[in-house]
Each structure stands twice: as C-alpha cells, then as structure tokens.
Design a protein around this ligand. Structure first.
Ligand code: 3H9
Length: 699
C-alpha cells in the first residue's frame, strides 16, 4: 500500500486516509494512492461505502504546485476522479481545514460531502494564474449554481462550511472529519440514498440557461478588478462551458484551457510569487528552532492614520489592542476614524453588520505611555522625526516589561539609533506597515544590529497572525521598498525636465500594471510634504516647487500634477501644468524633447532594479524574492509580473545593464551606472534567481 494514502476498514465502511504533510497536496504518490485504495475498496465485497479523509491539519489543499511545469506523472487527477465518481459504492468526502483547488475537485467527484464547522472550501487556482483543471469548473456550477461558482472560481476566495451547507456544496456539518464521515456513510446506507453524481445533475444550471444574464452579471462583477490578468477571464469562460456544453465536452475544454495557463508566463510568475511569499517568512541567519516570544497583549502608540490602521489590523484578527495617545482629544479622533472605517466596510457588505462594534470592543483607547506596562509587543506609530521617536523609546525603556518586543513603524529612520535610547537594544526592531495599514498586506520587519533572533521571529510570526506578509530587511534609508521607490521618483522628475508630461509617465507605469504612476501617487500623498522637507534641507526641485508655490498640493487642494473635480479622486491632465512646466524649462534655458514610452518604462523600472542589486549586495535583503514580496504586497506590483527582480530576470540582466550604462552617459547621471552585482551576474551569464536555490521552486 502507498506510504501517503492508507486504507482501513470499519466493518462495511472503508476509510481512506491521505497523509502527506504539511497540506496533503495531491502529489503523484497521493493520486496513485487514492486510485489504488478506491479500486481495492470497490473490489472488496465486504465494503458497502467509502469515506475519504485526511490526517493532519487539513483536507487536501490542492494539486502539488511544485509539480507544475514538469513532465506529468501518472495517474492524472481526472482519471482518478472518474473512477471515484463512477464507483458503484457511495463515497463520502470528510473535510476539515482547507479543501482547496484539486482538493475540492476530489471532494466534488465524491457522491457526498461533509465538513467540520471551521472548514473552508474553495477553488483558488485563479490566484496562481490558473483555473481548476480537474473538473472544478464543470462540477461546482452543478453543485451550487453558476452564480456562486463564478464568485468562487473567478474570485478565488473560499467559502465557510456554513455557506457551503446553505448552498448545497456539503450535506452536513460534522464534529470530526473521520468520525463524522463514517457516521454519514452509515446514514447513506441505512437510508439507501441514491448516489449523487454531479456530472449528471444539471438541475442547478437551468436558471442560467434560461437567463444568461445571471451568469454574465456575475462574471462582470468578478472580473472588474482583473485588469491585465488572463486567468480570471479563462476561468469565467470555463464556467460558461458548464452551462453550454455536455459535461465531457466541458471537461475537455477546461483541460485545454488549464494546460495553456500552466505554460503561461503569468502563471509562472504567480506561482513564483506564492513561494516567494512563504520563503520570506523564513528568516536568514536565525538559528534553527528559534521560537517566537509569547505575545498576548499588544500596545500601539499613536492613534493617527498609521497607528489606527495597525490597531485595526490586530482587531480584524481578533487580537485585543491597547491604543495609546497623548491626549483625550487625539484619542477620540483616532477611535472615531476606526469606527467610521469599519462601518463603511459593513455598509458595503464587506464585514458582518455586528463586526464594527465587536472590533471596537477589542480596542482599549487610553492616554499615557505608562499603559504599555502589560504589553508583550509595543508598536510605536508616532510622528516621523528622529527626536520624537527617541523620546518615545526612552520612555518605553522605563515602562515596558522586560522581554517585550519594542517595534517602530518608521518608514526610513535608523533603528540602530532609536534602539540606543534603550538599555535593551536586543528587543528593538522595525515593523514598517504600509498605508492604509488595515488594507496593505506588507510589513517590512527591520532587523537592527542588535536585534535578538527571537525578537525577530516574534515580529514575523505576529505579522502573519494578523494576515500581513512579512519581509525581513536591514537598516538603511527607506529600507527596501522606499529606497527603491526613491530611484524611480528621481527619474520621474528628471523626465519632466527633459520633455515628458506627468500623464505620459503615469500612463506608461499603469499600463505596465502598477495601480498608480509616480505623479498621481505624489498628488495622493500631498506634494507639500516633500516641499517642506526640501526647504528644510535647502534642496530645490524646480517643477515640484513651482507647483507648491502655486498652491497645488495634490488631491487635498483639488490640484497638483493633475486637477481633480470636486469629490473625485480621478486625476485629470491639466493644461496649466503643461504651461507651468514649459515656463520653468524656459526659465532654466532647457528645451523639451519627445520622450518615448519605451524610454519612460526603462527609466522607471531599471534604476529600481539597480538599487535592488545594491540592496542585495549590502545584505539589506537576504534574497531577491524578498524584494519581490515587498513590491508585490506594499506597492501593488502586478502579480503576473512576479516582482521587480523576477521581472528583471525575464527581461534579461544584460539588456538592463546595457541600458542603465547608456542612460548614465546620456543623462550624465553616474547613479545609473550598473551596480557591481548586476555587472557580475551579467558577466557570469546568470540572473538574480541564481542567488537563491529556492527561487526556482515553482519552475
Ligand atoms: C490546483 O489545485 C490545480 C488543480 O485545479 C488541477 C490539477 C490538475 N503545493 O501556506 P503555508 C506548502 S492548484 C505544494 O505556509 P498555511 C507551502 O509552500 C493549487 N506546496 O501554510 C509551505 O511550504 P514550506 C490550489 C504547498 O497554514 C507549506 O506547504 N491550491 C501547497 O499558512 C505550508 O504552507 C492552492 O492554491 C501546494 N498546493 O496555509 C492552495 N500548498 O513550509 C495553496 C502549500 O516549505 N495553499 N504548500 O514553505 C494555501 O493557500 C496555503 O498553503 C494553505 C495553508 C491555506 C493551504
């Protein structure tokens, strides 16, 4: 018998258990094991019903993603599922944990499904640039109707066991998977229930066959945010096949579409991103087996935009927070903003109606830093100047309990310097959240010179607990993300001096797949912030300064690099800005030239990659994939391009180095000279992926 799938018998019930940790992925051995066990249960005259269940923390969580892109190994999943569905003896899938992708497809080929209360069921293939490739697009619409099927398949988010029960995806909610599955199988036998083969059940397709708008409206809603992605559209088409074609034909077309997507550049990039995200949680240079410290109480200092957003993230994950301000007034304002935010989400149906009150109850707003005394983790989110941060950390050293992790949410300041204000630098690190902190998934965990390994592990583990994606970075100005962004900003500004317009630059960047270009982003953040800081440092930026002098601070004044209609955030090109740029250039004795979109793209992206190479050389990031994670989850880098370092490998490092050298000369900018690491990789004919073996996990 197979090592990863075993067959036992409880009198007339055969129990097949998959045991392939950590997530019972459907490797070739699991597929082969299930097939063998199902066949022998069918052949055993004593067996009257079969239960398929899993050991460990979850039911099958999908196909084994590491097998994609490699030569296929028999048996194929569709072959296994056909044998299961055609079994003359009832098969019950007994689900716990996450039944995802190929895992749910296995369950759909069973005649009955039961699940534990906390189980989640879904077809998330689209998030890997794929569609379900083993009948999911054909069987799920038959189980729950095309509308919910589109939501699950094109959106990719799982549903709860309760929703699954309501929509006919499972028959019952059970206490434990194996016991519950067995009891349900006995009920099927006692009641002589007919076998339900989803392939033959078209009843739930009838409504969408009669009124196609049921399907097309669901597709329109789910593909609204799918700009640039291929998989959601292919997945929607495949659900359409279930409505229009006989089962076997639909299955064949689904398979063709799946194979096409597996081989696509987009899916390769998305699979890379999946593993990059998980790799980032493994901290380089920390002794194996380092355990996180126990975190039960969290305190956040500052109830402003960042502090409030961070507090919301903890409360969203059900973790109580002490939110500390310097005065009642500020506290009241901060608490009010959080309440409004949650209420707006509830009004949109994003969270249950009673969630705002429940989440607010988890936040204990107080005045005075001495309130940190019980906290195991303190996150400081006060005003972004060194003097203020130092003052706060000096106080924390007095009030925080021994062993508490002390984190700063600074976006660029030197954590080593901040740590010096305490007598416990081993407990100090950075936790850099991105705005809006309750939405953005990235958290840069900044490791300072003296940060203890277990403090670092604590920060990474708590970040994952509140559904953030952590990436460990070292101390430098702007850490990984903002340091690279600064290079892009510098070039964006130079492009205006050479003849490009804000809307041209932004259009190239958004066409590439970023959510926003640098100038629209500047307008959103407020141009006055940079203006003030330039004035403090005695630096000039002629065009940006001229805009601010004209009172154009960005969205908040209705005018910046763009103009905005009242109440709208949509940037509209403004002839006055073009005039202002022309006047500035004339005053400086410069002439505008035509700048091509190709040049804009190269000058927006390649200097960032060059900076990424420097970041790797300086060990500010341990792996190129960590840099990619920063950009994917902190800046909206399009997932189908994998991240800047991954993308650079696809473009070719030689081309990038050549173009950088060209622009360095052409624009008289030595900062654009290719970084030594980039040059070395080019000379060796290698890519960034060669720096980490794990980057090639998703081949
Ligand atoms: C599919 O099914 C296609 C079919 O339609 C068609 C087939 C013909 N494969 O996330 P974690 C590893 S596509 C291989 O940290 P959690 C993961 O890399 C698939 N490995 O745990 C990590 O390894 P390591 C559709 C996998 O508790 C370890 O398991 N399914 C797979 O936070 C733990 O993972 C999906 O897309 C896999 N499928 O979350 C589900 N899954 O320790 C993908 C995980 O070495 N998986 N690993 O870093 C998930 O969403 C989460 O892993 C899950 C657990 C929610 C299950």
């Amino acid at each position: 018998m197979s090592e990863v799938v075993k067959l036992e018998r409880q009198d007339v019930i055969a129990i097949i258990t998959v045991n392939n940790p950590p997530v019972n992925a459907l490797s070739a051995a699991v597929r082969g094991g299930i097939l063998e066990c199902v066949n022998s249960a069918i052949a055993d005259p004593e067996v009257k019903a079969i239960v398929l269940t899993c050991a460990g923390r979850t039911f099958i969580a999908g196909a084994d993603i590491t097998e994609f892109g490699k030569p296929p190994k028999p048996p194929g999943l569709n072959e296994v599922l056909a044998v299961m569905e055609n079994s003359p003896k009832p098969i019950v899938a007994a689900i716990h944990g996450t039944s995802l992708g190929g895992g749910l497809e296995v369950a759909l080929a069973c005649h009955f499904r039961v699940a534990t209360k906390e189980a989640k069921l879904g077809l998330p293939e689209v998030k890997l640039g794929l569609l379900p490739g083993a009948g999911g697009t054909q069987r799920l619409p038959r189980a729950v109707g095309p509308e919910l099927a589109v939501k699950m398949i094109v959106g990719g988010d799982p549903i709860s066991a309760a929703e699954a029960l309501k929509n006919g995806l499972i028959e019952e909610i059970v206490e434990g998977p194996a016991i519950g599955g067995e009891a349900f199988a006995r009920k099927v036998l006692a009641e002589k229930r007919p076998l339900r083969k989803l392939r033959d059940d078209n009843s739930k397709l009838a409504a969408a066959k009669a009124d196609r708008s049921i399907f097309t409206n669901a597709v329109a809603a789910m593909t609204k945010r799918a700009r640039g992605l291929e998989a959601p559209f292919a997945a929607a088409d495949a659900v359409g096949y279930a409505i229009d074609l006989p089962f076997d034909e639909g299955l064949k077309k689904e398979r063709e579409a799946f194979l096409k997507l597996v081989a696509s550049d987009q899916s390769k990039a998305q699979r890379y991103a999946f593993f990059a995200e998980r790799e980032a949680a493994k901290i380089a240079g920390v002794p194996e087996g380092t355990k996180p410290r126990n975190v039960e109480r969290v305190a956040i200092i500052g109830a402003g935009t960042m502090g409030g957003g961070i507090a919301m993230s903890f409360a969203n994950a059900g973790i109580p927070v002490t939110l500390i301000e310097t005065g009642e007034e500020q506290l009241k304002r901060g608490m009010g903003v959080m309440q409004k935010n949650w209420e707006a989400t509830a009004a949109r149906g994003g969270i249950p109606a009673d969630a705002p009150a429940k989440r607010m109850a988890l936040i204990n707003g107080v005045v005075g830093l001495d309130n940190v005394k019980d906290a195991d983790l303190v996150i400081e989110a006060v005003f972004e100047t060194m003097a203020v941060k130092k003052e706060v950390f000096g106080q924390l050293d007095k009030f925080a309990k021994p062993g508490a992790v002390l984190a700063s949410n600074t976006s660029y300041l030197n954590i080593d310097e901040i740590a010096k204000e305490t007598k416990r630098p081993q407990d100090v690190l950075g936790m850099h959240f991105f705005s809006p902190a309750n939405v953005m998934k990235l958290c840069e965990i900044v490791r300072a010179a003296k940060t203890a390994p277990d403090a670092l592990v604590t920060a990474v583990s708590i970040a994952r607990k509140i559904a953030k994606v952590p990436a460990v970075v070292g101390v430098c100005d702007g850490f990984v993300g903002n340091r690279m962004l600064a290079q892009r900003g510098k070039q964006a500004e130079k492009l205006l001096f050479e003849g490009a317009l804000p809307q041209q630059v932004d259009a190239v960047v958004t066409k590439f797949g970023m959510p926003m270009g640098p100038f629209a982003m500047g307008d959103l953040a407020g141009l006055d912030i940079g203006w003030r800081s330039r004035k403090d440092r005695g630096i000039k930026s002629e065009i940006a300064d001229a805009l601010c002098e004209a009172g154009r601070f960005g969205q908040k004044t209705g005018k910046g690099y763009y103009k905005y209609e009242a109440g709208s955030r949509a940037p509209l090109p403004d002839p006055d800005v073009e005039k202002l740029i022309d006047e500035t250039l004339t005053r400086l004795g410069r002439k505008r030239r035509a700048v091509s979109d190709e040049e804009i793209l190269e000058r927006m992206m390649y200097p960032m990659i060059n900076e990424g190479a420097k970041i790797l050389e300086e060990s500010i990031a341990a792996r190129p994939s960590d840099i990619d994670v920063v950009w994917l989850y902190g800046y909206g880098w399009p997932i189908y391009r994998g991240g800047p370092m991954y993308w650079a490998d696809q473009v070719g490092l030689k081309h990038i180095a050549d173009r950088l050298a060209f622009y360095a000369k052409e624009t008289n900018d030595p900062s654009l000279e290719p970084a030594p690491l980039l040059k070395r990789l080019v000379a060796e004919g290698k890519g960034f992926a060669s720096l980490t073996a794990s980057s090639s996990k998703a081949a």
